[in-house]
Design a binder for this molecule. Sequence first.
Ligand code: 3HC
Length: 298
Amino acid sequence: MTKDGKFEAIGVVGCGLMGSGIAQACATAGYPTQVAEVSEERLKPGLESIRKSLEKFQSKGQISGEQAAAIQGRLRPTTRLEDLAGCDLVIEAIVENLAAKRELFARLDGRLRPEAVFASNTSSLPITEIMTATRRPERFVGLHFFNPVALMPLVEVVRTVATDAGVYEQVVAFAASLGKTPVRTGDRSGFIVNRLLIPYLLDAVRALEEGAGSMEDIDRAMKLGCGYPMGPFTLLDFVGLDTTYYAAEIMYNEFRERRFAPPPLLKRMVLAGWHGRKAGRGFYDYRQPGPPRPVALG
Ligand code: 3HC
């Protein structure tokens, strides 16, 4: 950490869809970035997606070959949490499971300096409940990125009742240093974006079930009528039906309001393994080449 409180070395735990994007954003902003995963097999696809993303930016002339190489050079992949010992800020982006996150942070707590700051990229779990696995509640925040991280300019910075005001400002400044726009929010399930986005996505499923229109027409309507970049079913497939379902369940448990309750159709699709684009099938079928086709929902 510099004398004026700027983070110098970053650690990212989890190199999946979000973790790899976050690590890429940190390395692109010039930070030496340790990227930790449980195994080499789990590291490989994440690092590959970073390479592909940088290649796209390079092919569009947005970065040079030297810059892409320098970004990759700042990434330090590891399968040992000990290698994060020197980090000033660790951002966790592992599976959306409270027990797993608490266990990870408890292990990190014993390995990192007491001044180091911890952040979770959870989309809906209470930051406070993750934080209590550590002995540094005042140095614990939420740092919620959006998919695809390389393109989405927003970061929600989440404070708990225990977060130190100075630490919070340090993290807000860090988010801005990534070239992102930070927004400040409190520790309420879903923060700002998912609190508004999840009920909208669930409502689209209800609208479909109630016969308001076909899947394609609902998508078309929201895209062309509201200027959204993706219609709700395309976005559900993009975010993941499983991710949306789990976030909705957590928010429903927090607020006990019907608008957060996942509709039965969404639950059935998750149970069937139709998790969206990553599974090859969700509301649309991506398994054949060419434009995705709407699936027939029995
Ligand atoms: N790195 C580099 N380039 C990338 C990329 C990445 N990771 N992902 C996509 N691109 C490129 C594409 O290759 C494409 O390049 P091309 O123009 O040369 O073909 C370019 O970006 C534009 O992509 P698309 O052609 O696919 O089309 P769009 O213009 O629709 O842009 C989008 C893509 C930015 C994803 C846009 O559709 C969008 O903003 N969608 C909404 C996304 C959204 O709402 N995300 C938030 C989800 S909620 C969330 O994450 C929270 C969680 O808690 C649930």
